[in-house]
Ligand binder design. Structure first.
Ligand SMILES: Nc1ncnc2c1ncn2[C@@H]1O[C@H](COP(=O)(O)OP(=O)(O)OP(=O)(O)O)[C@@H](O)[C@H]1O
Length: 618
């Protein structure tokens, strides 16, 4: 979005979205301010009509009618402007936040990893606030005193040009002096904004980690830590606030002196017969109004400048160009079969230090591939590359013959279902959470997916069944239940390609059996790439890749690899030692996994661990 590059373009973009409304608003503001000037002049006419030697009732009532009429007009126009501004601000606020949500969610995943979620949310809200504040300041606080000043100048010039000149000088020097002084306080306001963002982010972080706070009995300790943030924010706020109050006080002193001076001068001129009593009233009223106006104008200008710098700072973060975009001629992916081809791919988060080196791989549609290897070898990165979460520095990836960087990211993500280790759930009902994978799915389809993913049983036991709200990030469900909801989503999505990233490694024995069964059902008829630490979970797959330092060091059917005694065999031997370990010593559930592997191998009867070992060892 090009308008995110500068505050001025941001403002202009949203003002020009509603040209008629803003034009009408400007008319109302100008009309209201001009009426306010007219009120002052009508007051002079009224006093003059009353203080001539033989007052004519008609002239007095005419002036009175003009005075009252203008007061009513001014108030009517100002109220109309306020109501219209309220309407525009609310509508623009909705639009800005939706635009920002759309833009933000287009950022690369690493953008969010480097930001605090709470702080980003705060900033999106603040953009709306800045737009509202700036339109209000410019239209309601800067325009009226400028028009009042122009009108007053005309009236003063009609009475005495010297007075007009003096008043101009006073108004201009008071406004400019205040703005210059006020801008010196900018550092206080910036410090306050920074502290407020820090303490807001800290609070969001704490609420997000409430389970850890309770688990470690850290409420008191964290409240003390939070006190530090709040007090620092409070001190910064006090410094900025008091700075503004000192400027206001200075202005008040100047105001008293200047109003008194103008009034004495006007009275002297009246005594000398130079001006009328009405002139005296209008001079004193307008001087007072203008000096007050100069303070309001200066404050509004200072605030506008602060809002601009805050807006600029926010846009620099939120408006960062997207790192990964759809190609201009991108078309939706037509993924019917789910064949995946990785062709000479080289990728590194830092291009100088590749994580994946010259990786080539052809996965026919429907094939199930297990990716194993030591930690940090690049296994998850391969899955990320297939989802186009990163673009390789060299080579390309194709799905059903279409390069994934030439298709829309949305269609790609719809063709690839991911079941991660930690399934992310929304604070919504189970039904909505499963349906998230395909919003147009009927209730019956959602239920079918849940049944296929072995969820139906535990959902039926929940208080409101499918309508049960799962709690923030699904905390009301167990890890295994969350995992099966993730699998139900993948079922519902009908994606021909499924990526499993350590989908079972965090589960206990009981959960793993259910999840494993759900996964087996999901994998049927789909192309599967599964990263697994537990080798037994991939022993029934068509093919296993052993990845080391971004290379494929072995590729073949798991049993054949086990017999040849290479890298997979070595990894297996290492884990097989754990198979005989007692359950409570083992991490997870080796015995159960071995059982699953036994079934996957199509071997009947009881899966004795040593027998399994011997079987795969040939
Ligand atoms: N966002 C990132 N920025 C920089 N380096 C990263 C990032 N994510 C991963 N890496 C690095 O890339 C390498 C491969 O990571 P990857 O997660 O693919 O390994 P893995 O084989 O899946 O490991 P594990 O089995 O421990 O999950 C690691 O050295 C890791 O530190």
């Amino acid at each position: 979005m090009p308008f995110l590059v500068s505050p001025a373009r941001f403002l202009i973009h949203y003002v020009t979205q509603r040209p008629l409304a803003f034009a009408l608003l400007a008319l109302l503001v100008v009309g209201g301010s001009a009426s306010a000037v007219g009120v002052q002049y009508a007051m002079k006419l009224l006093i003059d009509a009353m203080t001539v030697h033989a007052p004519a009732r008609g002239a007095v009532y005419l002036a009175l009618a003009a005075f009252v009429g203008l007061v009513a007009l001014e108030n009517g126009l100002v109220r109309g402007a306020s109501m219209l501004l309220c309407n525009i601000t609310v509508k623009s606020g909705v639009r800005i936040r939706l635009d920002m949500f759309h833009y933000l969610t287009g950022h690369h995943i690493s953008f969010f990893q480097n930001q605090r979620g709470g702080s980003l949310g705060h900033r999106v809200g603040a953009l709306t606030g800045s737009f509202a504040a700036l339109t209000h300041r410019i239209l309601m606080e800067i325009t009226p005193p400028l028009i009042a000043f122009g009108g007053a100048l005309l009236i003063f010039a009609a009475i005495d040009w010297r007075m007009a000149a003096v008043i101009t000088l006073i108004f201009a020097s008071a406004s400019i002096g205040l703005v210059l002084l006020g801008l010196k306080g900018d550092r206080h306001h910036k410090a306050f904004a920074r502290r407020a963002s820090e303490s807001g982010g800290e609070l969001v972080d704490l609420v997000g980690n409430i389970a850890a706070i309770k688990a470690f009995g850290a409420r008191r300790r964290e409240a003390e830590r939070l006190r530090g943030y709040f007090e620092a924010e409070g001190a910064a706020q006090r410094r900025g606030w008091l700075f503004v109050e000192r400027i206001r006080a200075l202005h008040d002193v100047a105001l008293v002196v200047l109003v008194a001076g103008a009034l004495i001068w006007a009275v002297e001129r009246w005594a000398a017969g130079g001006i009328t009593a009405g002139d005296v009233v209008v001079v004193s009223a307008m001087t007072f109004r203008m000096l007050n106006g100069s303070r309001d104008l200066a404050m509004a200008l200072i605030d506008t400048s602060q809002q601009f710098s805050y807006l600029r700072e926010t846009l620099e973060i939120v408006g960062t160009p997207h790192a990964l975009t759809d190609a201009p001629d991108a078309v939706p992916l037509r993924a019917a079969q789910g064949r995946v081809r990785i062709d000479q791919v080289r990728f590194g988060h830092d291009p100088e230090r590749p994580v994946i080196r010259d990786l080539s791989l052809d996965i026919p549609a429907g094939q199930k591939i297990g990716i194993v290897g030591p930690s940090g070898a690049g296994k998850s990165t391969i899955l990320q590359l297939v989802q186009r979460l990163h673009d390789p520095q060299q080579g390309r990836i194709l799905i059903d013959g279409q390069p994934i960087d030439r298709v829309t990211q949305e269609s790609l993500h719809q063709a690839v279902a991911v079941v991660p280790q930690e399934v992310l759930l929304f604070h919504r009902s189970i039904l909505e959470n499963i349906r998230f994978a395909r919003p147009d799915a009927s209730d019956a389809e959602v239920r079918q997916a849940a049944e296929a993913a072995h969820c139906a049983h535990f959902i039926a036991a929940l208080p409101q069944g499918y309508d049960t709200v799962v709690g923030e990030r699904g905390t009301n469900l167990s890890g295994g239940q969350r995992q099966r909801i993730g699998i139900a989503r993948a079922f519902l999505s009908k994606a021909p390609i499924v990526l499993l990233d350590e989908a079972t490694s965090a589960l206990d024995t009981g959960s793993e059996i259910e999840v494993q069964q759900a996964l087996e059902a999901l994998m049927a008829d789909r192309t599967v790439l599964a990263v697994a630490h537990r080798l037994s979970t991939v022993v029934g797959f068509d093919r296993v890749l052993v990845v080391e330092q971004g290379h494929i060091v072995e590729d073949g059917p798991p049993l054949a690899l086990l017999r040849t005694g290479g890298a997979f065999r070595r990894l297996w031997a290492l884990q097989a030692e754990g198979l005989d370990a007692p359950i409570d010593r083992s991490v997870g559930m080796p015995r159960m996994v071995a059982g699953t592997a036994w079934r996957m191998l199509g071997l009947g009867g009881k899966p004795p661990l040593r027998v399994l070992e011997r079987q795969v060892a040939g």
